[in-house]
Write a protein that binds this ligand. Sequence first.
Ligand code: SAM
Ligand code: SF4
Length: 344
Amino acid sequence: MNGSPATSRDALSSAMTDPFGRTISYLRVSVTDRCDLRCFYCMSEDMTFLPKADLLTLEELDRLCSAFIAKGVKKLRLTGGEPLVRRNVMSLVRSLSRHLVSGALGELTLTTNGTQLAKQAQELADCGVRRINVSLDTLDPRKFREITRWGEIDKVLEGIEAARAAGLAVKINAVALKNLNEDELPDLLRWAHGKGMGLTLIEVMPMGEIGSGRIDQYLPLSLVRARLAQQFTLTDLAESTGGPARYVGVAETGGKLGFITPMTHNFCESCNRVRITCTGTLHTCLGHEDASDLRKPLRASDDDTLLAASIDRAIGLKPKGHDFIIDRRHDRPSVSRHMSVTGG
Ligand code: SAM
Ligand code: SF4
């Protein structure tokens, strides 16, 4: 902001490299904190959502995303809350797809609970979305209702079929939950791989007050992997997305299985991502309280110079790694914001 005009204008297109030499090329955008489900590990039953007036408009979200794309973001993931419950969200997807057409953006994707996909999958595909992640922790309708507090699994299964029919590659994300879906994970794996869908397992992360302790939910994926290895032949794959997932090939199914292990594996060295919330707050690390407000510079001028300088300043503060801990002494959120605010 204080640089010469030439320096400030350079910020519009300069790459985002943090103090540890990591170049940021992946942006996750939470387009709403609201959701039509209440997964018990993600939200409390009586969540208070942000006043609508605090949210960036879809036009502002487009401008913010476009500023990041100009600064080198190649992969953009829309998430939430539930991204597909934001009114008119498809107009944002459609307008962002211009960056796919121009080649500035390599991939536009989203993470969804799948409940709205039956209606929206075809339009996503028409906008150039090629792959989506659908979160589904169980195939048992009763357990699904228990986990989501009131969800109907049939809607999600229909949504997944609609996405596949529209030609979208679907990856299933499942949180590994002690005493809830742990016995079902081999079946979930066979089901997903049987349909040609990848499966990624996630450890519960200590984010936000949810009205119960994390110890009861936490199931280390090291244990899950050891159990799966008794039934399946798992071979480590070299590939990495720069994210927290590590992948194995499963010989018996021919599919790919991912493990997201923030609690048992430190993945921060290769982190290439940052997150923005639906209010325009930039979080450079999922596991830190760090936050930079981009709404103010965004609204301060129609020109993106100020915004780009604010982005650079925030990237300059990206911490080296996360602070997650779950143990008996720390059975409280390490990070006070809920996952539905930053979108995971
Ligand atoms: N509503 C969408 C969905 O469920 O896919 C997108 C947002 S949701 C917050 C993104 C992912 O975060 C989901 O796969 C969900 O299971 C996961 N998640 C939510 N809270 C979590 C927590 N405390 N620990 C680990 N994963 C969590
Ligand atoms: Fe909603 Fe996704 Fe959180 Fe479940 S995990 S409550 S679907 S935002």
